[in-house]
Design a protein around this ligand. Structure first.
Ligand code: NAI
Ligand code: MG
Length: 352
């Protein structure tokens, strides 16, 4: 890092992770032949080989790389392990270890996939939004615990908290993202009942003074969930906390067709980012060559755009995926019969 060589860490992981990541790497190699790749073990694959889902050398590889291309982790063979050793912990460890606090999840319906959406075609066609989800705070990281009360009841608690520094930095990512799109930012909270949301809303309004060119709105999360299904076309960029963002982004993804189509980026304060499909390791179809590689390939496009500042090849990848879909290329999740590799071939062919 810092030299002239650009290093991409490939953490393919478990299940369909390696299958879809291979296609993304193919596309990256074609459009950016100067990139160097180094593979690292992560998830169940790492646990099997080294007894830990995120070995120190994998974190070190990610740290010295310019960007991380991540597949998926999760292996039913390890479901009974204690939480800290489960494959899924590797993602949390990477986010934390790399300081990645902003999760960008674009959701857009590709022309030709109207039938795959859970919404009516004329409504689905209008979806083109990005959710900017805070990744390192909220109830996931606040004080938590379980106990027996004095009257013998089982009780659990998870503290929701954000401070103004955490809110301001994710708000900035939201405004900056809106600026590169249609200039509309919606902040989603629950300010009618939550103190955390009051701080959130105040700080977002303060940060807005630096982004007068962006149109800012606020919405309660329950209404946002309803509006996402009623009329997703009204949204451009949405910024929200970790918990609300987790739920809303999964909801938005189903409006846009298959989970196999949706990429994501996890970003920090520098250029290093981690890019991954939003889907998991899909053990039900792993090893069968059935997985849709589009989400992984579109994640590679985000990698080029956000970590390497190469928007042109990123645009070309997105256009090639759109063209392949429009021409009828379909894996099983999209109602077709193409294998993972054949879908990769169809996209490579569109790249020319
Ligand atoms: P999943 O996303 O792996 O699969 C859900 C359903 O979607 C399955 O029927 C699967 O076959 C299908 N699917 C997913 N990706 C697909 C693709 N590219 N092409 C075609 N079909 C696809 O979620 P699930 O089943 O809840 O979790 C499986 C494992 O993955 C679990 O261990 C879970 O913890 C882990 N997981 C990991 C994530 C990550 O690495 N970021 C995210 C979500 C889950
Ligand atoms: Mg989720």
């Amino acid at each position: 890092k810092g030299g002239t060589m650009t290093l991409i860490a490939i953490l393919a992981g478990d299940g369909i992770g390696p299958e879809v990541t291979a296609q993304a790497r193919r596309v990256l190699t074609a459009l950016a032949p100067d990139l160097m790749f180094e593979e690292g073990l992560v998830g169940g694959a790492a646990y099997r080989a080294q007894g830990h889902p995120l070995p120190p050398e994998t974190l070190a590889l990610a740290r010295r790389s310019d960007a991380v291309l991540f597949g998926a982790v999760g292996d039913p063979a390890f479901d009974a392990l204690e939480r800290a050793m489960r494959p899924e912990q590797a993602i949390l460890g990477l986010r934390k270890g790399l300081g990645l606090f902003a999760n960008l999840r674009p959701a857009k319906l590709f022309a030709g996939l109207e039938d795959a959406s859970a919404l009516k075609p004329e409504i689905a066609r209008r979806i083109d939004l990005v959710i900017v989800r805070e990744l390192t705070g909220d109830v996931y990281f606040g004080d938590k615990g379980r106990r027996l009360t004095s009257t013998g009841l089982r009780e659990g608690h998870d503290l929701m908290r954000y401070d103004e520094v955490e809110v301001a930095r994710i708000a900035r990512v939201g405004f900056e993202t809106a600026r590169t799109r249609r200039g509309k930012l919606l902040s989603v909270d629950k300010a009618n009942v939550l103190e955390t949301s009051q701080v959130w809303r105040d700080v977002v309004n303060e940060v807005a003074r630096d982004f007068r060119d962006v149109e800012l709105g606020h919405m309660y999360v329950d209404n946002a969930a309803m509006q996402l299904v009623r009329d997703p076309g009204q949204f451009d960029t949405i910024v929200t906390g970790n918990l609300f963002g987790d739920i809303l982004s999964d909801q938005a993804s189903m409006c846009a067709g298959s989970i196999g189509m949706l990429p994501s980026a996890a970003l920090g304060s520098g250029t290093l980012g981690m890019y991954e499909p939003i889907h998991g390791s899909a053990p039900d179809i792993a090893g069968q060559g059935k997985a849709n590689p589009c989400a992984a390939i579109l994640s590679a496009a985000m990698l080029l755009r956000h970590s390497l500042a190469r928007p042109e090849p990123a645009d070309r990848i997105e256009a090639a995926v759109a063209a392949a879909i429009l021409a009828g290329a379909r894996t099983a999740d999209l109602g077709g019969t193409m294998s993972t590799e054949a879908m990769g071939d169809a996209i490579m062919a569109q790249l020319g």
